[in-house]
Design a protein around this ligand. Structure first.
Ligand code: SAM
Length: 261
């Protein structure tokens, strides 16, 4: 078993694969005006086992294409959506977010919770923009500094892990420069990390170690997760996931193409 297989095996039994909550998913959805919400076509990219997919499907009229690279996660989502009678609304698709098989202007909304970092925030929203209908919406959560300054230790950690981390103002500026009009931003509160993500994770540690006979590889794997949790607990006032909601508008390049200035 390699590290990726371990990661999938450990996370496939979880309700969610990253920080989040039903309340925060619905809060982000609420930024989309009511009159733009009739029969939505949504792509949920990096859906994992689909915590947010289910929340959206229960709330909206329309159809969600839930995309992930790993069939093990999609199988869990398919099972859940059948149990809840939501299979008409949720289609799953195994695909790489870097190379999505969608046609242009296919979706009203592109949703992605805790996943766009896999392609990179800027690259992701630039690449996915063509899949949105004109006036469509992007709703993504992305790791964000929630203060202007911070201790060196956490600055160093995130610059190693994900150098694209920035403040919300930096991320919003990028959206504005690339054909999106920001309509909402908020940071995920602590319970999304602790109660909804890390506590359930900690509860699975022992059984997972036993499943692999307390092997050194799995012990190291669990240690890395414990370090991640500690890092969050020690520095939680400096970073979180920021939720960004933005509307697709004309980009500078579109103006050039159409001859307007
Ligand atoms: C941190 S998890 C978030 C999952 C889910 N949205 C949630 O919040 O619970 C990131 C997800 O992105 C998926 N992923 C990673 N790389 C991907 C890629 N290249 N294409 C599609 N999905 C990918 C992972 O399998 C995982 O399910």
């Amino acid at each position: 078993m390699n590290e990726l297989e371990l990661l999938i095996d450990f996370h496939k039994d979880a309700e969610r694969q990253g920080p989040g909550s039903t309340t925060e998913t619905l809060k982000a959805l609420d930024f989309i005006p009511e009159n733009d919400r009739a029969s939505l076509k949504i792509a949920d990219i990096g859906c994992g086992t689909g915590a947010q997919t289910i929340t959206l499907a229960e709330k909206i009229e329309g159809e969600i294409t839930a995309v992930d690279l790993f069939p093990e996660f999609l199988d869990r989502l398919t099972k859940k959506s059948k149990e809840l009678g939501l299979e008409e609304k949720i289609k799953t698709l195994k695909a790489d977010m870097q190379d999505l098989p969608f046609s242009e202007e296919a979706f009203d909304v592109i949703w992605s919770e805790g996943a766009i970092y896999n392609i990179g925030f800027e690259k992701g929203f630039r690449q996915w923009r063509k899949f949105l209908k004109p006036g469509g919406y992007l709703a993504v959560s992305e790791i964000t500094w929630i203060t202007d300054s911070r201790p060196q230790e956490i600055e160093y950690h995130w610059n190693q892990e994900y150098p694209e981390i920035d403040t919300a103002s930096g991320k919003i500026k990028l959206l504005e420069e690339n054909g999106y009009s920001p309509i909402g931003y908020f940071a995920l509160p602590e319970y999304c990390w602790i109660e909804n993500y890390y506590q359930p994770m900690e509860e699975r540690f022992e059984a997972f170690l036993d499943k692999y006979n307390q092997s050194v590889m799995v012990k190291n794997f669990i240690e890395l997760h414990k370090e991640e949790i500690l890092m969050y607990k020690n520095f939680k006032e400096y970073f979180s996931y920021g939720f960004y909601i933005a509307k697709k508008v004309q980009a500078k390049s579109d103006h050039k193409k159409s001859g307007t200035s």
